[in-house]
Design a protein around this ligand. Structure first.
Ligand SMILES: Nc1ncnc2c1ncn2[C@@H]1O[C@H](COP(=O)(O)OP(=O)(O)O)[C@@H](O)[C@H]1O
Ligand SMILES: [Mg+2]
Length: 226
């Protein structure tokens, strides 16, 4: 069974009488433990697709099956439950809370957890160690480089043991060294068995994935394996 099955997914935004078809009929399957890059020009629908994949938003029409369950028409609280249990997010701008330490940021998902987590603090420390930040746990985001902040965000995304990590332009704000560190961590997580889907503009970063899906005007225009 595929982890993700999308069938003719459409997303239409209406603003002030104007309609924008951000996704125009996307059908694709993504299996468990795949390592996928999504590429395409600005405005092509990448973030819209990521938001739907991550149960942050619902499609206008079409079907989204996640782990064999139809999540296309779930209400927002049921979507939130799927999201909290099984999905980790990483954003371009890290989205860390500035007044909190790296460790406190990683522990944040505990405060809205819908399933019990044992030894949350120890777990967060272990995750920060795993992303190479053992010595920076007490630092606040402003005291960390961009690459380090994104690694904190990745550690936070892992706190609830998601099976899938969704990263929307995770290296978009980083220099090449920071980008490399982040992509190496995503690659390592993939090798540990996570499904990873990330968006990038950068051909070199995209080339690290095992599969590249190209989107244009809300449609998949290419889908290439290694
Ligand atoms: N919340 C929204 N309301 C209205 N239009 C939106 C919204 N989000 C995205 N769009 C539009 O949908 C299209 C796809 O956007 P997006 O998915 O953000 O593309 P990308 O991430 O590839 O740059 C764009 O034309 C964008 O302006
Ligand atoms: Mg985007």
């Amino acid at each position: 069974m595929e982890l993700i099955q999308l069938t003719n997914l459409r997303k239409v935004y209406s603003i002030g009488g104007l309609t924008i078809e951000a996704l125009a009929g996307v059908s694709l399957d993504i299996g468990a433990q795949e390592f996928v890059a999504i590429m395409g020009p600005s405005g092509s629908g990448k973030s819209t697709l990521m938001h739907i994949l991550g149960c942050l938003d619902s499609p206008t029409s079409g079907r989204y099956m996640f782990k064999g369950k139809d999540v296309s028409s779930l209400r927002s609280d049921d979507l939130a439950a799927v999201r909290n249990q099984d999905m980790g997010f990483v954003f371009q701008a890290y989205n860390l809370l500035p007044q909190m330490s790296a460790l406190e940021n990683v522990m944040l998902p505990l405060s809205y957890a819908t399933k019990p987590v044992r030894d949350g603090r120890r777990k967060a420390e272990g995750l920060l160690e795993h992303v190479g930040l053992k010595d920076r746990m007490k630092n606040r985001p402003v005291e960390l480089s961009g690459g380090e902040q994104q690694r904190v965000a990745i550690a936070r995304s892992l706190m609830m043991d998601p099976s899938i990590i969704l990263a929307d332009e995770p290296t978009g704000n980083l220099n090449s060294k920071g980008a490399r560190e982040v992509i190496d961590i995503l690659k390592a997580l993939h090798e540990e068995g996570k499904t990873i889907i990330y968006v990038t503009h950068d051909d070199n970063i995209g080339a690290q994935a095992e599969r590249v899906i190209r989107i244009r005007d809300g449609l998949v225009v290419a889908d290439e394996g290694d």
